[in-house]
Structures are given as structure tokens and as C-alpha cells.
Design a protein around this ligand. Structure first.
Ligand SMILES: C[S@@+](CC[C@H](N)C(=O)[O-])C[C@H]1O[C@@H](n2cnc3c(N)ncnc32)[C@H](O)[C@@H]1O
Length: 237
């Protein structure tokens, strides 16, 4: 297995691996009209902490999608142990395996930034119902940085781009979202919640190189704390 940051998250089985963790998720969801009839896609669901919370708390129809099989196995175990009827799908956010206008809400918690935004955001728009809502918590470039700094961040996290607030807004607008609300999220030093989560599901064997990735993530999140911000976006048509 490649020693990448995302594989590291999968092997450690970090739940709530997004800035703000489950507490932020709860706050975001509490402002929406969600009920038992809502159809919700948790895209890049990871180990399924958010999907499980929504299904349990709101009784909604939740679909949990990820392109990482280890993540999905761990999510599946979580849902089974909690007896939750969540649909699990293996697939890519860049090419979603759903019909047009399927979902009332899409949640992307630190996922879209890892994908090709020019493919993913139009996919969100396509599978959302016309009055659907995209809720995204994503990494935002808060300051101009050197080419070398940019390269270090892109290479380490395996992200395809590191967008500023304005670039995110343009990407959403280009895909047809007209109302875009954005709020900055106050971050802990550990931008992805990796070291501060209390929800882990460790794989049996983890090569030492993955512990080094964990440490490097922690180091970079301190080095780039004034550059890497986090934005909470709410996008509708
Ligand atoms: C930082 S983790 C966040 C996981 C989860 N949303 C959470 O908050 O715990 C990013 C997740 O996005 C998934 N991911 C990355 N690229 C993806 C893609 N193109 N399609 C689907 N999932 C993807 C990864 O496998 C990983 O589970």
C-alpha cells in the first residue's frame, strides 16, 4: 500500500477526520431542515462517523460513499454494530454513481479538496435535487504562498489544488450554485482532527512509515497554521 496521507487515515481509522470534528458537524446539521424523509449523501464518508450520527439522530436515508475500501469496511462495521440501515457505496466523488436529482443534502467533510474540484463540484450539483443543499467543510488557502510551500502541501496531502476562498466560490458558481455562504472555522493546530479525534479503528498491521506520516501531518499543521484555514460552505442554487 502506498504511503499516502489518506491511506494513513484509513489504516488508523480516524473518525471525524475533518476540522472541527463531530462537534462542528452537529452544529452545521442543526441549522438545516433534516428529517426522516431527507436523502443525504455523505461523500468521502471515511469510517462513517457522520453518516451514523445522521441516521441515528434524524432517521434520514443516508448513503455513505468513499473510494477507499479500508474506510468503507470500517464504516460498514460501525453501521452494523449500531444496527443502522445506511447504504454503502464504493465510488468516486468525481464520477458519482447516482441518478440526477437524487439527494436533498450532500455533505463533504474534508473531501472535495482531495479531488479534482472541476469534476467533483458539477457532480454534486447534478445529483442534488433542484432545492438541495451542499454542505462542505474544506481546506482553504488563507494567504499567498511560495511555489515551494504550495508543492510541499500538495505533495504531502495528495491534494490536487489548494484553493483560496474566492477560488472555492468560483468553483461552486461555475457548477451552477448561486447562493454561497462561507464561514471560517477556528482551527485546532491539527487541521484534520487527526491527533485530536477520540474515534479510531486501527487496522491490525500498520507499517512504521504510516506513523511517520501521522507525525509529519502534525508538524505541517503547525508550520502552516496561518496559511491553511478551513471554510464551512453552504451552497444552494
Ligand atoms: C480527510 S478524510 C475525511 C473523511 C470523513 N469525511 C470524515 O470527516 O471523517 C477524506 C476522505 O475522502 C475520501 N476520498 C478522497 N478522494 C475521494 C474521491 N475521489 N471519491 C470518494 N472519496 C474520496 C478518502 O478516502 C477519505 O475517506
Amino acid at each position: 500500500m502506498e504511503s499516502t496521507y489518506l491511506n494513513c487515515l484509513a489504516l488508523f481509522g480516524v473518525g471525524g477526520a475533518h476540522p472541527g470534528g463531530l462537534n462542528l458537524t452537529k452544529r452545521i446539521l442543526s441549522k438545516e431542515k433534516i428529517d426522516g424523509s431527507s436523502k443525504i449523501l455523505d461523500v468521502g464518508c471515511g469510517t462513517g462517523q457522520t453518516s451514523a450520527y445522521i441516521a441515528k439522530e434524524y432517521g434520514s436515508h443516508v448513503t455513505a460513499l468513499d473510494n477507499n475500501k479500508i474506510m468503507l469496511e470500517k464504516a460498514g462495521r460501525r453501521f452494523q454494530s449500531m444496527n443502522l440501515p445506511i447504504e454503502i457505496r464504493h465510488g468516486s466523488a468525481e464520477n458519482l454513481p447516482f441518478e440526477n436529482h437524487t439527494f436533498d443534502f450532500i455533505l463533504s467533510e474534508s473531501v472535495t479538496a482531495f479531488t479534482d474540484v472541476s469534476k467533483t463540484v458539477p457532480e454534486f450539483k447534478r445529483v442534488l435535487k433542484p432545492n438541495g443543499v451542499l454542505l462542505a467543510v474544506e481546506m482553504v488557502r488563507d494567504k499567498d504562498i511560495s511555489g515551494q510551500q504550495m508543492k510541499e502541501i500538495l505533495d504531502f496531502y495528495g491534494v490536487k489544488q489548494l484553493l483560496s476562498e474566492q477560488e472555492w466560490r468560483s468553483a461552486f458558481q461555475k457548477a451552477g450554485f448561486e447562493q454561497i455562504e462561507m464561514e471560517k472555522v477556528e482551527l485546532q493546530p491539527d487541521i484534520q482532527q487527526v491527533g485530536v479525534s477520540n474515534d479510531y479503528s486501527l487496522s491490525k498491521q500498520i507499517h512504521p512509515s504510516f506513523y511517520e506520516i501521522f507525525e509529519k501531518h502534525h508538524h505541517l499543521s503547525i508550520v502552516y497554521k496561518d496559511i491553511l484555514a478551513c471554510g464551512k460552505f453552504r451552497c444552494t442554487v
